[in-house]
Each structure stands twice: as structure tokens, then as C-alpha cells.
Design a protein around this ligand. Structure first.
Ligand SMILES: [Fe+2]
Length: 243
């Protein structure tokens, strides 16, 4: 799956965020060689490594999730999300649901399970397709990569989160990640609560396991502008409600 990004190419989802394939994988290959790990080229797991069906995953994880979800604090959500992720990585092949529909150009969504105790949204992105950065304001998310590769960026508003603001705000890019099969990205209401995706040249798919923590409210798009402070990885931005 790591061959999805052509050699010596680069791709950029938002200002200042660019992944250069050669440098990234060169570093990983060197690290594997130095550690005497099998395979000089990075051998990421495939979904076939997993051994759980969706039904088995839901059955196994539901009791512990129902216990942990009761604590909606930042720490409680961290415990919940990391626990859910520890179960989710055991998933094997996850079929594209029959209910998958195109919601935007090159972007399909279906559901493998839900809504209790969580919804398992299955997203499929065509090559280069984009899910624009958006805030999760009432539910947290475990994203699990299934196929292909997508570049994921997470942001937080500097200072208190205030999605009602219409003027310019400052955001910090707290995380950027090449999401491959078996990789996990976490979004809680307290941290990393904005995420956006750009599919690699061969597309990508994954699961967003979403759990509502507080009553439903607006979840605006984040429009990320130019860099403000490179050292702190901050950007000028504004919220755009209704998309
Ligand atoms: Fe999302």
C-alpha cells in the first residue's frame, strides 16, 4: 500500500502540509535496516492480518465501551478512544456497505454499524479526493485506515474552541499523518477535534467509528489559510458553518 504514492512525488492538502514520498519512506527503510527488522522496504500490515468481523468487533468492544463512555471528560475520552482503537485494529476485511452513497465528488460514505453504541461510517475516497477539515463538536472518532493511503491533518483552535466566531482565528496543526491500512487517528472533543483528509493517488478507504458524547450541535468546516508561525505550526483560519 505504501506504493500508492509515486516515487519522488509530493501532494499537499492544505497550505504548508506536503508529503514527499521519497524522503518519508527512505527514513522508514533506513530505520528498519538499522533495527534489523524483516524487510528493508516497509511492509505495512494488510487488512488480511486482522481476524475480526464487524459483528465480532462490536460484540467484543461494546461492554467496555459502555463503561468507559460514561466519562466524557478529556481524560475519559482519551481512555475511551484508545481502548476502542485497541479493539478496532483487530478488524480484518471490512466490506463496503451496500448503503454507501456519494456525498461529494469522489467521496462515498456508508455505514457498517450503528448507532449504538457507536456508528461505524465507512468512507471511500477516489484518488486525490478531499474531505475538508471540519470540527467534531458532539462526538469523538476513531479513524481506522482500511485501504490505500490518505493524508490526515488534525487542528485545534488556539485558545478556547469557539465555532460561533466569524472573524479570523488562529489554529494549530497538532498532527499530520499518512493513514495506511491499520493506522489509527483519534479525534476527541478536547483534542485534535478537527480533521481533514486527502486521498493519495490510488484512493483510500477507512472507518470513522463515531460516538456521540454530548447533544448534537453544529460541526463547521475549518478554512485553513496561510501559515502564521512556522515554529508553532499555527495558521490563520476561519470557521464556515453550513457545509
Ligand atoms: Fe469527521
Amino acid at each position: 500500500m505504501h506504493d500508492d504514492i509515486p516515487a519522488e512525488s509530493s501532494w499537499s492538502p492544505t497550505p504548508g502540509l506536503t508529503v514527499a514520498r521519497r524522503g518519508f519512506f527512505g527514513v522508514v527503510a533506513a530505520a528498519c535496516a538499522a533495527a534489523h527488522l524483516p524487510g528493508a522496504s516497509p511492509a505495512w500490515r494488510t487488512r488480511a492480518d486482522g481476524d475480526w468481523t464487524v459483528d465480532q468487533f462490536v460484540r467484543e468492544v461494546t461492554p467496555v465501551c459502555k463503561e468507559l463512555v460514561a466519562d466524557g471528560s478529556g481524560l475519559g475520552q482519551d481512555r475511551y478512544l484508545h481502548t476502542l482503537a485497541a479493539f478496532a485494529v483487530r478488524l480484518g476485511e471490512v466490506p463496503v456497505p451496500d448503503n454507501a452513497k456519494e456525498v461529494a465528488h469522489g467521496h462515498r460514505i456508508g455505514s457498517n454499524h450503528g448507532p449504538d453504541p457507536f456508528t461505524m461510517l465507512h468512507w471511500i475516497l477516489a484518488p486525490g479526493a478531499v474531505i475538508r477539515p471540519h470540527a467534531h463538536t458532539y462526538g469523538n472518532v476513531v479513524t481506522l485506515g482500511l485501504t490505500g493511503e490518505a493524508l490526515v491533518a488534525n487542528y485545534e483552535q488556539v485558545g478556547a474552541l469557539d465555532c460561533e466566531r466569524t472573524d479570523e482565528i488562529e489554529v494549530v496543526r497538532v498532527q499530520e499523518q499518512v493513514l495506511r491500512p491499520g493506522d489509527v487517528n483519534l479525534v476527541s472533543l478536547a483534542r485534535h477535534y478537527v480533521h481533514g483528509f486527502v486521498a493519495g493517488p490510488r484512493g483510500a478507504s477507512g472507518l470513522d467509528i463515531t460516538t456521540r458524547i454530548v447533544p448534537r450541535r453544529k460541526s463547521p468546516t475549518l478554512v485553513v489559510g496561510e501559515a502564521k508561525d512556522d515554529a508553532r505550526r499555527t495558521f490563520r483560519a476561519h470557521w464556515k458553518v453550513g457545509e
